[in-house]
Write a protein that binds this ligand. Structure first.
Ligand SMILES: *Cc1c(COP(=O)(O)O)cnc(C)c1O
Length: 355
């Protein structure tokens, strides 16, 4: 850190992304990426667009927003696209945070606290219940924004639409951000609530269910007014944030939606099989509506299992924080990859038992 950095940023904590090591080839089950390749038409669209790289992309992103709007049955002015959904969350805290206390769960996507700090938004991190569910009643009061990942990460558990509606209607003078990063793996979207609630901002990403984590593409759905706010901040920072190739990839992916829907369906099936296998090995496995499982074993601590698997060439996620230290979050890969995982975990358990 230089002596020039403003004091307010000197103590700021930043987000720790899951590791992306380059020292050897790992089976990566740590950052919830899509285990299948993008549809061939997406790769072709990206290659074709490279010819036009000398020219700026369309800053309005109109074609992509129109395609997303059609898919969700809304107007294109109700769709915002950004360079990953992290950018949208950043804009949301920036636009709607202010001095009022923002509320989100204590165990949720780690970036929320980072954005709150960055924009100096006071926040209340409300403890999940003993069973790791969100108690929606905790979010009925308060003036500041509410941010909920639904399904939640890293737990994989979700609130029902009616519970989120209760939060939305309790106070229409605050924005409720619903981060639906994982909704395509079996969750229930709050999209039908957009019509009635102009304080609802839905945030989605192409990183998890559209095989585009490397392309960086996220989108938000909301009232025209909310979307205009986000557009304003985008035009105040980086109007060309979505590059040509990413825009082409997103458009082509939406055309191939049945491919992605089939893959998501398959991932959900593999998830259930993997959950069964892990339970048979003695794991406590939270029921998941996402492309990951949150698991704990009585004989092996989360940090140890993480390290042992890493030695065997498999990366999973371990969060070294109080309530979830015993757990690991494991991304669902292909069927073959999950067999490899279960075999490796069986070996780990035997090694631990014999010491
Ligand atoms: C992965 C993830 C994001 C970030 O997605 P990007 O579009 O890759 O920035 C946002 N929210 C949650 C809950 C996530 O798990």
């Amino acid at each position: 850190m230089s002596r020039f950095l403003l004091p307010v940023y000197q103590t700021m904590e930043v987000y720790t992304p899951g590791e992306q090591p380059r020292d050897r080839t790992y089976l990566k089950l740590n950052t919830n990426e899509f285990p299948f390749p993008p549809a061939p038409a997406v790769v072709q669209a990206v290659a074709a667009e490279a010819d036009a790289l000398a020219l700026y992309p369309d800053p309005t992103c109109k074609a992509l927003r129109q395609s997303l709007a059609e898919r969700h049955g809304i107007e294109w002015e109700q769709v915002f696209v950004a360079n990953g959904s992290d950018d949208i969350l950043n804009f949301a805290f920036w636009a709607y945070g202010g001095a009022k206390t923002a509320k989100f769960p204590d165990i949720t996507y780690g970036f929320y606290t980072v954005f709150a700090q960055l924009h100096q938004v006071p926040c209340e991190q409300i403890p999940l219940q003993e069973d790791f569910t969100v108690n929606w009643r905790d979010y009925l009061t308060g003036e500041g924004m509410v941010v909920l990942a639904n399904p939640n990460a890293p737990t994989g558990l979700a609130l029902a639409q009616g519970e989120i509606e209760a939060i939305l209607s309790a106070n229409r003078q605050r924005v409720v951000v619903v981060d639906e990063a994982y909704v395509d793996f079996g969750g229930e979207s709050v999209l039908p609530l957009l019509r009635q609630y102009d304080n609802l901002l839905i945030v989605r990403t192409f990183s998890k269910s559209w095989a585009l984590a490397g392309g960086r593409l996220g989108y938000a759905l909301g009232s025209r007014e909310l979307i205009a706010d986000l557009e304003k901040l985008k035009y105040a920072t980086n109007p060309y944030a979505i590059n040509r190739m990413t825009m082409a990839a997103g458009l082509a992916a939406l055309e191939e939606d049945t491919y992605y829907a089939d893959c998501c369906h398959e991932i959900a099936e593999i998830r259930e099989d993997t959950a069964c296998s892990l339970r048979r090995l003695g794991f406590f496995v939270l029921p998941s509506l996402t492309n990951f499982l949150f698991v704990r074993h009585p004989q092996i601590d989360g940090g140890l299992l993480y390290r042992m698997l890493k030695e065997k060439g498999i990366l999973v996620r371990h969060f070294d924080s109080l309530r979830i230290r015993d757990f690991n979050r494991i991304t669902i890969g292909t069927g073959e990859q999950m067999e490899q995982l279960v075999t490796a975990i069986t070996d780990c358990l035997q090694e631990v038992a014999s010491t």
